[in-house]
Design a protein around this ligand. Structure first.
Ligand code: FAD
Length: 404
């Protein structure tokens, strides 16, 4: 069976789904192929920063998204021993949305998929893993995928790879990425929130050789257990009791509920890595989101970066002055233009993340006595300076504005 569309998007995560919606809104025929039956994956990045909410506001969707259950994260502090420092104050952002909305990614994606489905040219096929690329005269001309036990194919003027951090399309297209070392890995898990917790801001709690991140959700705390890279085997070998004790020692107000962590199946390991493709495109093929650049979890910006790519891509491909995607494959110069718009801000954010990892995270999990370095304390004491990384994480290096 062979069909053809203007744009075929591989992957229905934040990058793919937002792009699908934005291209369908300008009347293009778009098919999103998603390998899974649903979007329900645990700990898959649930942070909607101000720039994403501002973009949704531009297309009249922000209020409806914020009508769905979510928590608002306004501040993050770092706690080491008896001392605490305010690290992030999203309340000072110059935005209609001075906070991070914490919402299950699955619900956000279902909402976007339903919204895109209102446009005649949009279609999302689930349980449709892409298995191969079709080529025509050196140009990617479509994809092959499996569905309901049969091999199918879709021809497209443009294939967009938005298939995430383990991108199969990267491998199929032989794309090269530059990696950035990360000193840590993270275990994510959840514990219930209690009235007695007495606060709803997020925190970094430094313990001996580990750091815990607490992120408020509607009824629970999303908790990240940060430890030196590659040490998960040791964490596991020490046993679940030792794991529970380490949490209670580092964040004493969680001690009354660590027993709810039954075993390590309740814990989700994130192998932290960051990279960026050298080239994000080939004739007929463009990479966006994690498929183009995996982001470190510092600042919770993976979704933001993925959605900013989708906005930049829609601005170029949907722009009335540019050759219309419905008329044929876009010139590769246009795809190169999308990379130019997005690569520099992405690399700047990755550099800021690396700096924070080197100056704070690496020291915090080193096992040595930890104190926030003097120069950092001095900078944190100046609100204007303290806000710089927050503004970059929340609003991007350049604000993702829809130009359509
Ligand atoms: C444990 C963890 C915690 C995270 N926490 C945060 C956070 O707090 N904040 C934040 O901003 N980011 C976070 N991230 C990162 C964030 O989830 C990603 O940056 C973001 O989801 C990237 O969006 P994407 O659309 O590019 O890729 P993805 O969200 O990975 O979506 C890719 C989609 O492609 C589908 N797919 C894959 N292969 C195929 C195929 N062959 N055919 C068809 N479909 C395919 C997948 O099923 C998936 O739905 C976290 C990531 C992890 C793993």
């Amino acid at each position: 069976m062979r069909e053809s569309v203007d744009c075929c998007i591989v992957g229905g995560g934040p990058a793919g789904m937002v792009l699908g919606l934005l291209l369908a809104r300008v009347g293009l025929s778009v098919t999103v192929l998603e390998s899974q039956p649903d979007f329900d994956r645990d700990f898959r990045g649930d942070t909607l920063h101000a720039s994403t909410l501002e973009m949704l506001d531009q297309i009249g969707l922000a209020d409806r998204v914020l009508a769905m259950p979510h928590a608002k994260l306004r501040q993050m502090s770092i706690h080491a021993g008896q001392t605490s420092y305010l690290l992030a104050d999203f309340g000072r952002l110059h935005s209609r949305y001075p906070y991070i909305a914490i919402m299950p990614q699955s619900e956000f994606l279902e909402f976007l998929c339903a919204e895109a489905g209102r446009y005649p040219g949009f279609r999302c096929l689930r349980r449709a893993p892409v298995t191969g690329l079709m080529e025509d005269g050196g140009r990617v001309s479509g994809v092959r995928f499996h569905q309901d036990g049969s091999e199918r194919a879709i021809a497209a003027n443009l294939v967009v790879a938005a298939d995430g951090r383990f991108s199969r399309i990267r491998k199929l297209a032989g794309m090269q990425a530059q990696e950035r070392a990360a000193p840590m890995d993270v275990c994510w898990f959840r514990l219930p929130r209690r009235e007695t917790d007495g606060h709803d801001s997020g925190g970094f709690f430094v313990g001996s050789g580990r750091m815990l991140i607490t992120i408020p959700r509607v009824t629970s705390w999303q908790i990240g257990y940060v430890f030196p890279k590659g040490d998960f085997g040791e964490v596991r070998a020490a046993g679940i009791d030792a794991f529970r004790t380490a949490i209670a020692d580092t964040v004493p107000w969680l001690a009354d509920r660590v027993s709810l962590i039954e075993d390590f199946t309740d814990v989700h390991l994130l192998n932290v890595k960051a990279d960026c493709l050298r080239t994000w495109h080939r004739p007929g093929l463009l990479f966006i989101g994690d498929a183009a650049h995996v982001m470190s979890p510092v600042g919770g910006v993976g979704i933001n970066a993925a959605i900013s790519d989708a906005v930049a891509t829609a601005n170029v491909l949907g722009h009335p002055d540019h050759p219309c995607l419905a008329d044929g494959p876009p010139p590769e110069a246009l795809l190169a233009g999308i990379q130019r718009r997005r690569e520099r801000p992405t690399r700047i954010i990755q550099a800021v993340q690396s700096r924070i990892q080197d100056v704070l995270v690496e020291r915090a999990i080193s096992g040595r006595e930890f104190e926030v370095p003097g120069p950092v304390r001095a900078l944190l004491a100046i609100p204007g300076i303290r806000q710089i990384p927050i503004r970059i994480f929340a609003l991007g290096v350049t604000r993702a504005r829809l130009e359509l």
